[in-house]
Design a protein around this ligand. Structure first.
Ligand code: 6PG
Length: 280
């Protein structure tokens, strides 16, 4: 993943990184390369790549890029399974549907078998769709004997300017869920309040998690999430810390303006540390 002005590493176990790119276009290219890299690796090792998509505006450019040359030809799409880390409870052809966003930008343009596209069945209603999605996830994964939670190869996440990720919003019940893999909840004030979301244990069981953060509007939240006090009720993105996997934060310079500036920019090496085990 070359081309960054600098790479921000690392907490003491060496698993967290923030890579900053000068523009949102460069961020999109970095993310596309990352998806291809981890996808090829998963297919080589296990013959299948379980990729979890996010909603929001930032990933749209990534999905479009993955659908075009040279990236589209670098993944064996027959072996890719697509999932969604969260969904708005709207019909699948609604403009706010995360499935529709990915369908138009990516799925329609690549040879992925329809059976590999695991959209959330919002037509079942919020609770029904969450239960069905959890069952579908459980049946798609053969679990290792020491693990009760499926391990997705790569989960793509965004972050809202309030520190939410997936549909894990500040001070909502889903943050505390430890048993279920997928839950529904109503998030007052959110654009489309009825949501379905992966839970924290499911996300943190992943092999790899990418956060994509773009634009000046995210700068304050990114600083608070990465450098501020550990307050996950207020900043749910702080809950994301894969148990055995890797976590990559990827941001453009505008989003990273409050964490990655300084006299040494861009050569300064930057270290951040998240107190993942501290109390809320
Ligand atoms: C959703 C998203 C959400 C998103 C962030 C960032 O469905 O609302 O999955 O968690 O990733 O809000 O969104 P932007 O990329 O639009 O800033």
């Amino acid at each position: 993943m070359a081309g960054a002005p600098f790479v921000i590493v690392l907490n003491d176990d060496g698993t967290y990184y923030l890579q900053v790119e000068p523009t949102s276009d460069a961020l999109t290219i970095l993310a596309a390369r990352g998806v291809i890299f981890w996808g090829q690796k998963a297919i080589e090792r296990r013959g299948v790549f379980h990729l979890v998509l996010s909603g929001g505006s930032t990933p749209k450019a990534l999905y479009r890029l993955l659908a075009t040359a040279p990236y589209a030809g670098q993944l064996t799409w027959e072996r890719v399974h697509l999932w969604w880390g969260d969904e708005r409870v709207v019909p699948s052809d609604h403009p706010d549907s995360n499935y529709k966003l990915a369908y138009e930008a990516l799925i329609a343009a690549v040879p992925i078998p329809p059976a590999n596209v695991h959209r959330v069945r919002t037509e079942l209603g919020a609770a029904g769709a969450a239960a069905q999605y959890e069952a579908e996830i459980r049946s798609a994964f053969t679990l290792a004997p020491d693990s009760a939670i499926p391990c997705f190869d790569l989960i793509l996440l965004g972050m809202g300017d309030d520190g939410h990720t997936a549909s894990l919003f500040p001070a909502t019940p889903a943050l505390a869920e430890r048993e279920r893999l997928v839950v529904s909840q109503v998030v007052p004030g959110a654009h489309v309040p009825e949501r379905i979301t992966f839970t924290v244990p499911l996300i943190n069981a992943a092999d790899t998690v990418f956060f994509l953060v773009s634009g000046a509007g995210k700068a304050d939240a990114l600083r608070r999430v990465l450098l501020g006090a550990y307050r996950p009720e207020a900043l749910p993105a702080q809950l994301i810390a894969p148990v055995r996997g890797k976590l990559f934060w990827m941001a453009d310079a505008a989003a990273a303006a409050q964490v990655a500036t300084g006299p040494g920019y861009p050569a300064e090496e930057f270290i951040y540390r998240r107190m993942a085990n501290a109390g809320p």
